[in-house]
Design a binder for this molecule. Structure first.
Ligand SMILES: *[C@@H]1O[C@H](CO)[C@@H](O)[C@H](O)[C@H]1NC(C)=O
Ligand SMILES: *[C@@H]1O[C@H](CO)[C@@H](O)[C@H](O)[C@H]1NC(C)=O
Length: 187
């Protein structure tokens, strides 16, 4: 004879099992999804300034300034397991001291239900592009977009989008104060 408690217990265990199976189902059904996508990135009017970096060593360092043009359709990424995307644009370049320097220039969160067809024309970078020395002039920089997939169940995935772009900074510093817009955010 079953007591009320043992019935409740059985029901509870059953509910947990059903939830676990459902969650696993969500996870498994998207396990092989790679969340790849193609983005078009443009680097517009790159210049280099030689300025005191008050946020770091207070020495004169190279500050790269450019505008970004971005075009992407992220709708295909939003399957039923995707809650939101964290996009970030990384600049990568080589200096004598480091084989790989990475600077995040821009980021954005796109939640499910928000506009996922994104197009930006010559926007300012969101963060400053400081080199920790004086190695931006004539340097070749590659921009690529990455996203973290924040899912309802399963892994936090990190994907580098197809479609990067490279540009070379000019070999001269810009000295005028008027030439460049400020980044829209602060680091
Ligand atoms: C810059 O680097 C990229 C990636 O390594 C390369 O494909 C490109 O040819 C380089 N551009 C120049 C002008 O050196
Ligand atoms: C990557 O992007 C290029 C240029 O937009 C496109 O031709 C190619 O099909 C894309 N590759 C993949 C795997 O999506």
């Amino acid at each position: 004879m079953h007591s009320f408690l043992s019935r409740a217990n059985t029901l509870f265990a059953f509910t947990i099992t059903v939830l676990a199976v459902l969650t696993t189902g969500v996870f498994v059904s998207t396990f092989f999804e790679e969340y790849r996508g193609t983005v078009s990135i443009g680097a517009v009017r790159p210049i280099v300034k030689h300025m005191t970096d008050f946020s770091a060593n207070r020495k004169k360092n190279d500050l790269g300034v450019l505008q970004l043009t971005l075009d992407m359709d992220l709708n295909p990424l939003f399957d039923w397991n995707v809650k939101q995307l964290f996009l970030y644009l990384v600049a990568e370049y080589v200096t004598p001291a480091n084989t790989l320097n990475q600077v995040v220039l821009w980021d954005k969160i796109v939640r499910r239900g928000e506009e996922a067809r994104l197009s930006f024309h010559e926007i300012a970078t969101k963060y400053y592009f400081w080199d920790d020395g004086e190695h931006l002039r004539s340097n070749n920089v590659t921009l690529s977009l990455n996203w973290n997939i924040i899912s309802n169940a399963g892994r936090l995935m990190h994907v580098r989008a197809n479609g990067s772009t490279s540009f070379v900074f000019p070999d001269q510093y810009i000295t005028s104060r008027t030439a460049s817009p400020k980044p829209s955010g602060q680091q």
